[in-house]
Design a protein around this ligand. Structure first.
Ligand code: CS2
Ligand code: MN
Length: 360
């Protein structure tokens, strides 16, 4: 049984590693990519996709998985203009299918993508990692947006924290003020049902990423946070093209979540998975740690066993990694730690395979 192992790559000139170098990590078969210069709502043109194809294909890796094609706020809020942005999304689906893309990862988090209070939190081994200090999360998100913007000024891009959107934060919050959790569910359903015919026609699986952290924040509702909401989502549009990007790190920030249990329940609808480990603290804070099971609380071994028991053969990638050895990299995307994570995940997987072999 094999996994389709991928590695997230931010594009030429926007990452510290090349596809040819990624190919040197054992077991990697695909690049998880995106057009990082595109704003939510814009069509990804074939000519633009072709540029990335040219950069990836010589390495021998494929470009089956895109992360993310972000959703315009008007779709999440439910403004009339959403239909225009949905039309654009459908065009992007069609264009991506012409380059062999099979899975599109996306999220439906209002305003922000993942939230952390410290991008370089020092761990006891001297490395640094993304940290969420619950006591620092106040009602006003401005300070945090500024913190992220400061890093963007140093040339880093954070998908989901686009400076253009952060500049109109007050406006965005005002627009979202009428969006209850229930309304957000409705808007998600509307979006998926509208794009589903295209997903079927072009055989592309839409794989939603859970909310990170998995709870409401800054008064904004968050939908995909636990087993019940994931089940609700999959039932709401019960179609094999309506899938999950199961993110063990996002779900793992909450002690309520038994991730292996979610995998057993919904394995057939997981098109892509992010494997990452976090260590939780009693006050709701958490920090990202190495993939090794005993370093955190996510239960990586139970998770990998669940995937193996289910016969999972979908796409997978290590999600975040710590920053090691004075590495200069985008926060959360240390190359060394993610490569080590891959070796850990595949080591566990290979052994699970071997244990099924009577002659072993
Ligand atoms: C990613 C997310 O870096 C990360 O945590 O897992 O930002 C992810 O790319 C998006 O939420 C998917 O839309
Ligand atoms: Mn993730």
């Amino acid at each position: 049984m094999s996994l389709k192992m991928g590695f997230r790559w931010f594009g030429e000139g926007n990452d510290t590693i090349s596809p040819a170098q990624i190919k040197q990590i054992p077991g990697v078969s695909n690049i998880v990519w995106a057009l990082h210069h595109k704003m939510p709502g814009e069509v990804w043109e074939k000519s633009e996709i072709a540029v990335v194809e040219k950069q990836i294909l010589p390495s021998g890796l494929n470009m089956d998985v895109v992360e993310s094609v972000n959703i315009h706020d008007d779709i999440k809020i439910g403004f009339n203009r959403r239909d225009e942005y949905i039309e654009n999304y459908i065009k992007t689906i069609k264009n991506l299918s012409e380059f062999g893309v099979k899975v599109i990862c996306y999220n439906f988090m209002p305003v922000f993508d993942w939230i952390r209070t410290d991008l370089y939190h020092k761990l006891e081994d001297g490395s640094t990692a993304l940290y969420y200090d619950a006591s620092q999360i106040k009602d006003d998100p401005k300070e945090m947006a500024e913190y992220f913007l400061e890093h963007q000024k140093k040339g880093m891009s954070f998908p989901g924290w686009e400076p253009e959107r952060m500049a109109r934060l007050d406006e965005l919050f005002a627009e979202y003020s009428s969006v209850s959790k229930e309304k957000l569910w409705e808007n998600l359903k509307y979006f998926i049902e509208a794009i589903l015919p295209a997903c079927r026609e072009y055989d592309i699986k839409m794989a939603i990423h859970q909310d990170d952290p998995p709870w409401d924040i800054f008064g904004l509702p968050r939908l995909l946070t636990d087993k019940a909401s994931i089940s609700k989502f999959l039932k709401m549009v019960d179609d094999p093209h309506n899938c999950l990007t199961l993110c063990t790190g996002s779900l793992g920030a909450s002690p309520e979540n038994n991730i292996a249990d979610i995998i057993y329940e919904h394995c057939d609808r997981i098109a892509f998975t992010h494997v990452r480990n976090v260590r939780r603290y009693p006050d709701g804070s958490f920090v990202e740690v190495s993939h090794r099971d005993e370093d955190g609380d996510t239960k990586i071994l139970n998770i990998m066993k669940a995937y193996h028991d289910c016969g999972y053969d979908g796409y997978i990638r290590p999600d975040h990694g710590r920053h090691l050895w004075d590495e200069k990299c985008r926060p959360g995307y240390g190359v060394y730690d993610r490569a080590m994570g891959i070796m850990y995940i595949l080591g566990v997987w290979d052994m699970l395979n071997k244990l099924k072999d009577d002659n072993f």
